[in-house]
Write a new protein. Structure first.
Length: 514
């Protein structure tokens, strides 16, 4: 092992001695560049990935959080002018829990914890203001739990109660939302926020809640629920829902028969939004009942006092049967339905001129009639309402190539998350290959020293025979010229060790010739 180490050291020393000054400089620069590139790549690979710990925090909270991170010896970065704090990704959840246990961030959104500290001598006005601040903070925290919301501010206006009800003013609320990019707020979510605030604050109706985004766009409905415009908007939504529901029922039933994508159904529903209240009173003269009966008797005497007459009068009151009905008809009843359905023909494969093609064959009248009957039953067809259902057989356009283009998955879609690692590995391999090629070029350009030629020729003259030189085989990957120089060097070294006197005499001859 020691001899092999010495041999390697001698080869390296000899290799460096044969290099010129420019070659040594180039080799040093290339080596330093490769080492720097490898160190840089390793640093990038091992560098921690930072993610957001807290965002949109004020300066007071940010200073407290940074101080806590320094105490815990946690690396951090500041962004967005100090409003966003970044920490290593692997420890973000632990830090959030630890800071939350210490009450941070605390001044960004104040909730009911404002009452945790007892302040003696606080006036009633200050208590009311603190209660409103706490209620606003709790509502903002609740709204922040929504997926689309990044930040929220809530402002409540609750007037003092008046002595008379007609003098009271309605309570109102304003909400400012900062939405996440690429996630618009749906209409249902806006209505949910309005009802949430109306249900949480006494005296506030959902129509008195104004919601805007960070760009100043109004998100809430400006119409009150009981107004004409508000009713019109809700009626239009109800009509769309009824049409979509009936159309989906009919289309799913048709596609189960003719195949997916071979049917299209559109429904037009005419709804009755009149609010009708009727009171009916019906009398049945055939069905009567005795309500009361009275008999009146009268006695009278004639000219002759001996004669006495008695008269009786009977009065009977009857009650006629009466039915009273108070009918309130619901709004949104269907007055008339119009259904239009398109059905594709039957695809069949036909061979023409040795090529297989697809032809669309029209459906029979009997089949169209059966499909029409299915659609009528699915949408609740009523002949008394003059409903119309039309099923037409038409040939659809080709959509297979478009669907394949839309839904075709990319073969590299699963490798997106490993792109950085693959790039770093390729860069490292490229650096090693470039370094090796440069070293091979330097070694190839080195010319064999002329002194070795002279020593070999003189050694052959002194010994009287020329030593055979073993050439390397062709299949070896090493350069033949390099092996030849190594073989010559070994023979010269062995000759000097075996015959030191002749070698010294040879050197004297060289010096004398010089």
């Amino acid at each position: 092992m020691a001899s092999s180490g010495a041999t390697v050291q001698q080869q390296m020393t000899g290799f460096m001695n044969r290099l010129t000054g420019s070659q040594k400089l180039m080799l040093g620069v290339v080596t330093l560049g490769a080492i720097a590139a490898i160190i840089t790549l390793v640093t990038l690979v091992n560098a921690p990935s930072y993610t957001t710990l807290f965002s949109n925090v004020n300066a007071e909270d940010a200073s407290k959080i940074v101080a806590k991170l320094k105490e815990k010896d946690v690396a951090y970065q500041l962004d967005d002018g100090g409003k966003t704090i970044l920490v290593p990704k692997q420890s973000v959840y632990e830090l959030r829990l630890a800071l939350a246990g210490e009450g941070l961030p605390q001044s960004s959104t104040i909730g009911y914890e404002i009452f945790d500290r007892t302040n003696l001598g606080v006036s009633d006005f200050v208590q009311k203001v603190n209660y409103r601040r706490a209620l606003e903070g709790e509502l903002a925290r609740t709204i922040l739990t929504l997926e689309e919301v990044e930040a929220a501010r809530v402002h409540l206006v609750v007037p003092e109660r008046a002595l008379f009800k007609e003098d009271e003013k309605a309570a109102t609320a304003s909400v400012v939302l900062k939405l996440k990019s690429g996630k618009p707020l749906r209409r249902e979510t806006v209505q949910g926020i309005s009802h949430l605030i109306a249900s949480s604050v006494e005296g506030i109706e959902s129509g008195n809640v104004t919601i805007v985004d960070s760009r100043g766009q109004l998100l809430s409905d400006v119409h009150k629920p009981n107004s004409i415009a508000g009713m019109t908007s809700s009626q239009y939504e109800l009509q769309q829902k009824v049409e979509a529901y009936l159309g989906q029922k009919a289309q799913s039933l048709l596609e189960s028969v003719v195949g997916t994508g071979n049917a299209l159904v559109q429904v037009n529903a005419d709804l009755d939004f009149r609010q009708v209240e009727r009171t009916l009173e019906q009398y049945d003269p055939d069905r009567t009942a005795v309500r009361s009966e009275s008999i009146t008797e009268s006695k009278s005497t004639g000219s002759d006092s001996s004669q006495l007459s008695t008269n009786s009068l009977t009065t009977t009151n009857y009650e006629v049967n009466k039915t009273v009905e108070h009918i309130v008809e619901n709004m949104g009843n269907i007055r008339r339905l119009t259904v239009a359905a398109l059905v594709n023909g039957v695809p069949r494969k036909v061979t023409k001129d040795g090529q297989e093609t697809t032809e669309i064959t029209p459906r029979s009248e009997e089949e169209i009639g059966q499909l029409t009957d299915l659609v009528r039953r699915s949408v609740g067809y009523d002949q008394l309402r003059n409903d119309e259902v039309s099923v037409t057989n038409l040939t659809f356009g080709p959509t297979e190539h478009e669907q394949e283009f839309v839904y075709k998955s990319s073969p590299l879609s699963d490798w997106t998350e490993y792109t950085e690692e693959i790039f770093i590995i390729i860069a490292m391999l490229g650096a090693v290959i470039v370094l090796r090629s440069l070293l091979n070029r330097v070694r190839t350009r080195i010319e064999p020293p002329t002194i070795e030629k002279d020593v070999e020729e003189l050694a052959s003259q002194l010994t009287g025979k020329r030593p055979p030189i073993a050439l390397p085989p062709e299949e070896e990957e090493m350069n033949a010229e390099v092996l030849l120089r190594q073989e010559r060097r070994k023979r010269v070294v062995s000759y000097i060790r075996e015959k030191p006197h002749e070698s010294s005499r040879l050197l004297k001859v060289w010096l004398a010739e010089e």
